[in-house]
Design a protein. Structure first.
Lengths: 200, 247, 225
């Protein structure tokens, strides 16, 4: 259960977010909407603990996240604009040398198949196409047991099949009582699960 | 007293409460400086060894002393910012850094001027001067880092960390420079080695020291207040203050 | 996952990264060689003078080489978003930083050590003096590199950072330089060197113990844009 109350944030002395409040319950997806530059990415970064708000609080359960940031962050998976993968290492090496649980690593080839990356698994990430790199970074979601997914425009550079696959993964996650907060310019109106919308 | 200090950390209180002491501080500083320099230039007798050239200690010693004290003050402010998250401390950090850098520069220049009639060169690798030079470089590094960040809040936290690292390193630097100097200079007695200073020469020094210190506090308070107004310019009390003065 | 396992995995990652593109390590080693070779060429090939200058030349070359290597310490990881993932993982960043710097210390040091044995001949250093150079390099490199990493962490998200890194690093690294070159000076004058080694080791241990926390804090503050 994530609760945000009266969050305000100034970006370099210019007010950006003002009194943002919402809650997200397990099994819910929150779609943050707004025009470019209105602060969607900043909001996600605040939720991920990358930035600190000027005023307002973010609660995870009953706990204020700043009072136990590391513990809170272990419950979330953040996907920003940057891929989060070293360009010089292959996909396999990137994930093997990261801090994921052993059982997930053993299942890695299965995940690669699902995302249609099995053929490019041994190429350095710098040589992949944009779409492949995006899919490779989305693999992270499968590798963690995180309850909260923070996705910043996850569908960029993806083709229709990949988008459909992502939606399926999100649906499965929500079914297991996970939470998703995402920003996207896409219209998610006609999907089969509950969506809350928040306009900045 | 703690409650008073804690309240002082609130920007609005700080602004109004320092207003009253500012004029007194300014005049006090001016008084002490004039008296001290007057005594130093005219009243204290010429040194038997250095003649009239020693009189520059009335500027050099306070400047050097303050450059070090201000750095320690910065360390204190850095701790206030990082641990107690007092935003005012962050604001003062830049102000004190600029003043400290100026003091260090003044100490170097006056030390250099002192050296010319003594050894005939503008610079000598004396342990104390070299230490002062390194302190000046440390100040420059802090100021340069502060300029390099666009977000002032980020900049403050970053230079706070740099100040603390420098503060811990400073005794090590000091010790190693002294050691290096004794190793390479051998047995020559440094002209800056302090022999017992006559009380006639010491009292003007004390007066200028106090004068310089008051001056520094005055400058810091003044600049902090201005920076505070700028930082809090969207708050209601600032708008009232500005429009009140205009109206 | 235990901290030790995370540390080991990070070491593996850094090792793979450096080995995949050995250019930066080679460049800093070449820079080291260049500086050392240029000194006699620009000052004077007088052997007596060169022996006197050797400590300064070697240590300045080491400092500049490590300074060059540190510019790229966090840059690529920052560009690729890897550091962003560090900051949201809930894992203590200082252990990741420590792993990275451990690998960099070793990989940057090895070619420099090999070069310094050879280049010591240019300055007419005896075998014992060469040994002193090597040991003092090994003891001092962690201190210099960790301080350089601290300076680099301040400047990663900026353009033209070389100057700022040097400016921040210079005052902080002076003790290491003084005692490092002092060791070689002492060896040349047949004085005991163990004291210098002890101090260099102490400085390195201090750096390894405390600087990763400072670096992690700076990364947290300055690398979230």
């Amino acid at each position: 259960m994530l609760k945000v109350t009266a969050l305000s944030f100034d970006y370099e002395d210019i007010p950006l977010l003002n009194q943002v409040s919402f809650t997200v319950a397990p099994g819910q997806l929150l779609h943050v909407r707004g025009n470019n530059g209105v602060g969607k990415t900043t909001l996600l970064k605040l939720l991920a603990g990358l930035l600190q708000a000027n005023t307002g609080h973010i609660f995870w359960g009953e706990q204020f996240i700043q009072h136990g940031l590391a513990a809170y962050q272990q419950n979330l998976c953040y996907l920003g604009h940057k891929p989060g993968l070293s360009a010089l290492l292959t996909i396999r090496e990137n994930y093997r040398c990261s801090w994921y649980e052993q059982d997930k690593i053993e299942n890695f080839d299965n995940f690669l198949h699902q995302f249609d990356l099995i053929k490019s698994a041994d190429k350095p990430c710098g040589q992949l196409s944009l779409g492949q790199r995006r899919r490779a970074s989305l693999l992270r979601l499968l590798m963690t047991n995180a309850k909260l997914w923070l996705l910043d425009e996850p569908f960029t550079s993806l083709d229709k099949e990949a988008i459909a696959l992502m939606m399926k993964k999100i649906r499965d996650h929500l079914k297991e009582q996970g939470m998703v907060i995402m920003t996207s310019h896409q219209d998610l109106a006609n999907t089969h699960f509950k969506i809350k919308e928040y306009c900045l | 007293m703690w409650r008073f200090l804690y309240q002082l950390a609130v920007p609005k209180n700080f602004y109004y409460q320092t207003q009253s002491i500012l004029t007194a501080l300014g005049f006090g500083a001016l008084l002490f400086l004039l008296v001290g320099i007057g005594l130093g230039l005219f009243w204290a007798p010429p040194d038997y060894q250095q003649g009239d050239a020693f009189r520059i200690i009335y500027v050099h010693v306070p400047a050097a002393f303050l450059s070090l004290t201000l750095y320690t003050a910065m360390g204190f402010l850095a701790v206030l910012l990082l641990i107690w998250r007092i935003k005012l401390a962050g604001l003062m950090l830049t102000v004190v850094a600029q003043l400290g850098a100026s003091m260090a520069f003044l100490a170097l220049v006056t030390g250099s001027i002192w050296g010319k009639p003594m050894w005939g060169t503008w610079w000598i690798w004396d342990a104390r001067l070299t230490s002062e030079l390194i302190l000046f470089l440390l100040y420059l590094a802090i100021l340069a880092t502060e300029c390099a960040f666009e977000d002032p809040l980020k900049a403050e936290k970053v230079i706070a960390i740099l100040t603390l690292v420098g503060l811990i390193d400073l005794p090590i630097i000091h010790y190693s420079v002294y050691w290096w100097n004794t190793l390479h200079q051998g047995a020559t007695l440094s002209l800056f080695a302090k022999p017992k200073i006559a009380s006639v020469m010491f009292y003007p020094l004390l007066v200028t020291l106090i004068g310089f210190s008051l001056f520094c506090v005055w400058v810091v308070l003044h600049q902090t207040r201005t920076a505070l107004l700028l930082r809090e310019r969207r708050q209601r009390w600032v708008l009232e203050l500005v429009s009140g003065e205009k109206g | 996952m235990s901290l030790m396992r995370i540390f080991v995995k990070q070491v593996r990652r850094e090792w793979l990264l450096q080995v995949r593109e050995p250019r930066s390590v080679l460049f800093s080693a070449l820079f080291f060689a260049m500086v050392i070779v240029f000194f006699p060429l620009t000052i004077s090939p007088n052997p007596v003078l060169l022996r006197q200058l050797a400590p300064g030349v070697f240590w300045i070359a080491l400092l500049l080489a490590l300074l060059m290597a540190s510019e790229r310490l966090f840059q690529e990881d920052f560009n690729d978003g890897v550091i962003e993932q560090w900051l949201v993982s809930g894992i203590p960043v200082c252990s990741l930083v420590l792993a990275k710097l451990a690998v960099h210390s070793v990989l940057n040091l090895l070619p420099i050590l090999m070069l310094s044995i050879i280049l010591a001949a240019l300055f007419d250093l005896s075998l014992f003096e060469r040994l002193v150079v090597m040991v003092s390099f090994i003891l001092a490199t962690p201190a210099i590199l960790f301080l350089a990493a601290l300076s680099a962490a301040f400047c990663t998200s900026m353009q033209q950072k070389g100057v700022l890194i040097a400016l921040i690093l210079l005052p902080l690294v002076i003790p290491v330089m003084i005692f490092g070159s002092g060791a070689l000076n002492a060896a040349m004058q047949q004085l005991p060197v163990m004291g210098y080694f002890a101090i260099l080791l102490a400085l390195s241990i201090l750096a390894i113990a405390f600087l990763p926390f400072a670096i992690a804090q700076i990364i947290r503050i300055s690398l979230t844009d």
